[in-house]
Write a protein that binds this ligand. Structure first.
Ligand SMILES: Cc1cc2nc3c(=O)[nH]c(=O)nc-3n(C[C@H](O)[C@H](O)[C@H](O)COP(=O)(O)OP(=O)(O)OC[C@H]3O[C@@H](n4cnc5c(N)ncnc54)[C@H](O)[C@@H]3O)c2cc1C
Length: 510
């Protein structure tokens, strides 16, 4: 058989699976994607209700700036072609209990001035200066490269990467090594301490300071933005590109098992009982399902066991979506309100939730609501186990969802009197919703929490499993989440297969 005729089955039409399909088609493989849902995109999704579109999977993507090396991947995937991109001047505004507003500007100078108003302590001012200077400096950093997977790096590739990031290692090490909660505690002014603890929206996720620093730097240099069409628009663009290249995707086909013969993956068994065979199988769906269910836990090793037992799963969310007959275009796109009393929402990670976030899309994607109206959303970091328990009693589950929506609506009514009457549609999604629609473990929205530890583990586990040939895993459980990272894994997997087949990896631009 020639390489040109090799076939690949891909499990899952999320961003990672579709990207693998696109690169597979570009390289002469005959690919076929099996997806359990009836639309592409996986977590990168949205749904329409009564003229409103609720985006369930994206706030921004990085790699927008054509000068950045990583932008190439969007060109190859045809993801941004002809699309306008909305940029952010600020991450959000936070209103404290005395009504004072602090804007988290992307511009580091403005951010420094803003934060400095909240303290008169010299140590605090020094820390603010260092943080903002680091944002400014990091905004000049080169981007990650998706040109080649690390396991295909030679000595000079490794050296080039090292030299490229060497000037930024100080920032990376300092801010990656400190958790937001600990960093916030370093400030002397109590009000500033609290505000800083929100630097990545919610103090209850165990992030280091690096992700918000990275995000602000990328917003400042206009490398992060919201492409027209949002999350589902991206999924649809990937699907269109894939089909244009001759790829096949079959929806409403749940994979039940990966068929293995003599320690080689040879095909899949679907829930409808049919079997499908190929030379190579790539799983682009939930990692735990792949390893422990589809492969029945037969291809484990210490690294996998450890990672799946000990690594921190990125928590899920409970989200309220509202279609409102009121124009929010002059309001901040994202506002966080600190509350006097804890917000009593069921099933949250925090037992002391004392803020409510409100976001609208009038700036990023006006088409999400009819003219003069708005989509509003609010989210809380949720405890999957509690929502799963509630889901066993559908009446209670429904009531708790209504309660969360009421809390958000009550808050809005206090902030925008009269708005309650203008609400035309209410929808609530929970960790169980995410699990049901995408199969992600505990309804995780990003796979693992990005830490330096998971960086090491995910590299050690990699995309292949020991003793199982013709098989790969990609997506957010392999490289952890974020659309650009998972599509990068789709590129890498085909590069690895091309390398194995001793053929030159080829791409095409949109
Ligand atoms: C609320 C939210 C906000 C986010 N914000 C951002 C953001 O601002 N920027 C950013 O870059 N990223 C963001 N993300 C993360 C990003 O959306 C994900 O990391 C990324 O889309 C994951 O892609 P994936 O292909 O790895 O996995 P998934 O999207 O989970 O795709 C897996 C696919 O496999 C299918 N599947 C599962 N099991 C089976 C089976 N047995 N048989 C067949 N098919 C199966 C699923 O239906 C799904 O379509 C956000 C996610 C969420 C939910």
């Amino acid at each position: 058989m020639t390489n040109q005729e090799k076939s690949i089955i891909i499990i899952g039409a999320g961003a990672a699976g579709l990207a693998a399909g696109i690169y597979g088609q570009m390289n002469g493989y005959k690919t076929n994607i099996f997806e359990m849902h009836n639309i592409p995109g996986g977590l990168s999704t949205a749904w329409k209700r009564k003229g409103y579109t609720f985006d369930g999977g994206m706030d921004w993507i990085v790699g927008i700036d054509p000068k950045m090396e990583e932008h190439l991947i969007w060109r190859e995937l045809g993801a941004l072609k002809g699309k306008k991109v909305a940029f952010y001047d600020e991450l959000f505004r936070i209103k404290d209990r005395e009504g004072k507003i602090c804007t988290f500007y992307a511009d580091p100078k403005k951010f420094e001035e803003e934060l400095s108003q909240f303290t008169s302590y010299g140590e605090d001012l020094k820390k603010i200066k260092h943080l903002c200077k680091s944002i400014g400096r990091f905004s000049k950093a080169p981007s990650f490269s998706y040109k080649k997977p690390e396991n295909l790096y030679g000595f000079f590739d490794k050296l080039a990467v090292m030299l490229k990031f060497l000037p930024y290692m100080g920032i990376l090490t300092k801010y990656n090594g400190v958790m937001i909660s600990d960093f916030a505690k370093e400030f002397r002014d109590p009000r500033l301490r609290e505000i800083i603890s929100y630097i990545f929206y919610n103090p209850d996720i165990a992030y280091s300071v690096f992700p918000p620093l990275f995000t602000l730097a990328n917003m400042y240099n206009k490398n992060a933005g919201y492409p027209e069409g949002g999350a589902l628009g991206l999924g649809k663009s990937f699907e269109a590109r894939y089909k244009e290249l001759g790829g096949q995707v079959e929806y409403e086909k749940r994979v039940k098992k990966i068929i293995v013969k003599d320690n080689r993956a040879i095909g899949i068994l679907l829930a409808d009982g049919t079997e499908h065979f190929a030379d190579i199988v790539i799983s682009a769906c939930d990692g735990r399902t792949t390893i422990y269910d589809l492969l029945e836990g037969k291809y484990l090793n210490d690294d996998i066991n450890r990672m799946y037992k000990e690594a921190t799963v990125h928590p899920s969310m409970v989200r309220v979506f509202l279609g409102v007959n009121q124009d929010f275009k002059n309001e901040p796109h994202t506002a966080i309100y600190l509350k006097d009393k804890p917000v009593e929402v069921s099933g949250l990670i925090s037992k002391n939730q004392n803020s409510i976030l409100v976001r609208h899309y009038c700036h990023t994607e006006p088409s999400y609501s009819p003219s003069g109206k708005s989509v509003l959303t609010s989210f809380f970091i949720a405890n999957y186990d509690e929502w799963k328990e509630l889901y066993k009693d559908r009446e209670r589950y429904k009531k708790e969802k209504e309660k969360v929506a009421d809390i958000v609506i009550e808050h809005l009514e206090q902030t925008y009197p009269g708005i309650r009457k203008k609400i035309e549609y209410v929808d609530v999604s929970t960790p169980v919703t995410i699990e049901r629609y995408t199969g992600n473990y505990k309804g995780s929205i990003m796979g693992w929490i990005a830490t330096s530890e998971i960086d090491v583990w995910s590299k050690r586990v990699g995309m292949t499993l020991s003793n199982l040939d013709n098989f790969y895993m990609i997506g957010q459980w392999v490289v952890y989440g974020g659309v650009i990272r998972v599509v990068g894994s789709g590129r890498f997997v085909i590069q690895m297969q091309c390398d194995k087949d001793q053929k030159k990896f080829a791409t095409m631009l949109d």
